[in-house]
Design a protein around this ligand. Structure first.
Ligand SMILES: Cc1cc2nc3c(=O)[nH]c(=O)nc-3n(C[C@H](O)[C@H](O)[C@H](O)COP(=O)(O)OP(=O)(O)OC[C@H]3O[C@@H](n4cnc5c(N)ncnc54)[C@H](O)[C@@H]3O)c2cc1C
Length: 351
């Protein structure tokens, strides 16, 4: 079954000045507020980042120093706290705790947003693919209107082709966003999409059963955060996602080789995990703008930020590219930023 619980990230992995840092931290606060106000299931589980040796501990020290500079709380745990709180966890060198990390029922969140759109008179057109976008005849550089003509096609082809016109277009097509951008921007501004698949692994045993999200210490240059342990609202354990570069954005088939590769990683921080209870679960695919890292590391080498821009020469067309994790956490802050780009209403966000 597809799991609907995702992590509300604290915002600690993305460097000092990136959009990911700014929008994740702002988005996290907005999301917790919204969840509380609208009864969207969520839980402040906390998260442990675990070091097994001196080198990994040095990574955690750096991370801790950094989180202080961006005002996101983290703290090291004592050996006693580690053993008392999570007796099954192996953390030979130490644990850095992030108290503002949590989980959210992302399906309930989407249902809330859908209802909110409907209430405001919005309309959804489902099972329909954008196949072309062109500036409307008569629009010139610097114009805010007359906007764009968007050609659509029903996904199964049965409904034929249609055209919509719009003053503004927000391209948030996820895995298809680069293709949509390439439909409008001139060839010299075309990009190539990259895809990083992530496999999740289910766990069918009732022991060990940690109560905290568990992440290995960050590995510089890795596309994701390392095969980690997350929980759902009922406390059920799952692992993942890992990182596998693929060419086909529809390739969601779980690959047994990924499970074999994940087992030793999981065993480093949870040695009592039962191998026979681990199984392949499902996959997701991250939209990437290169074979880049989703996290900043020491010096930002290879790190890719979110790309959120009103494209030069295309007023009213906002591109949201490479919106990988922490895109869900950042989503409400991304919306504020887009609103600001188009209408200048939240000056503090995009300055
Ligand atoms: C494996 C994995 C785990 C993640 N875990 C987390 C997490 O724990 N916490 C977190 O904060 N974030 C997480 N994320 C990131 C988060 O899920 C994304 O950032 C977020 O879903 C991006 O939202 P979006 O609306 O930009 O794109 P999407 O959710 O991908 O939506 C894009 C939509 O556009 C549609 N589309 C594409 N092309 C076209 C076209 N040509 N015409 C019409 N429609 C089109 C697609 O069908 C889709 O419905 C994870 C992502 C992955 C892949």
């Amino acid at each position: 079954m597809f799991c609907s619980y995702q992590v509300i990230h604290a915002g600690i992995y993305y460097g000092p000045t990136s959009l990911k840092t700014k929008l994740c931290i702002r988005g996290k606060h907005l999301l917790y507020e919204l969840c509380s106000a609208q009864d969207i299931p969520h839980r402040r589980t906390k998260k442990w980042i675990i070091a097994q040796n001196a080198q990994q501990m040095a990574e955690l020290e750096l991370l801790h120093t950094f989180t202080k500079s961006i005002d996101v709380p983290t703290h090291f745990l004592t050996r006693r706290e580690i053993e008392e709180q999570e007796p099954d966890v192996r953390a030979d060198a130490g644990v850095l705790e992030s108290p503002t990390t949590g989980i959210i029922d992302s399906h309930a969140y989407m249902a809330y947003l859908e209802g909110s759109l409907d209430e405001r008179g919005g309309e959804e057109i489902l099972h329909t693919v954008v196949t072309d976008i062109e500036p409307l005849a008569g629009s010139q550089e610097g114009d805010r209107i007359p906007g764009y003509s968007i050609t659509t096609q029903s996904r199964d082809g049965a409904g034929g082709q249609d055209t919509i016109t719009a003053e503004t277009v927000i391209n948030s097509a996820g895995l298809g966003a680069v293709d949509v951008s390439n439909m409008l921007l001139p060839p010299e501004r075309h990009r190539k999409p990259y895809f990083a698949k992530g496999s999740y692994f289910s766990y069918a045993a009732s022991h060990p059963k940690p109560k905290t999200l568990l992440y290995p210490a960050p590995t510089p240059g890795l596309g994701g955060l390392g095969t980690h342990l997350t929980l759902d609202m009922a406390g059920r354990v799952r692992f993942g996602p890992d990182v596998e570069w693929i060419d086909d954005p529809t390739d969601l088939a779980p690959n047994p080789a990924r499970l074999e590769a994940a087992v030793p990683v999981i065993q480093t921080y949870l040695p009592g995990v039962r191998r026979d209870a681990l199984d392949l679960d499902y996959c997701g695919i991250r939209p990437k703008l290169g074979r880049t890292s989703g996290t900043y590391g020491k010096d930002g080498k290879g790190f890719a930020d979110f790309y959120i821009k009103e494209e030069a020469g295309f007023p009213g067309f906002v591109n949201l590219l490479g919106i990988e994790s922490p895109g869900l956490t950042a989503s409400l802050a991304i919306a504020e930023m887009v609103d600001d780009l188009l209408y200048g209403r939240n000056a503090s966000i995009s300055e």
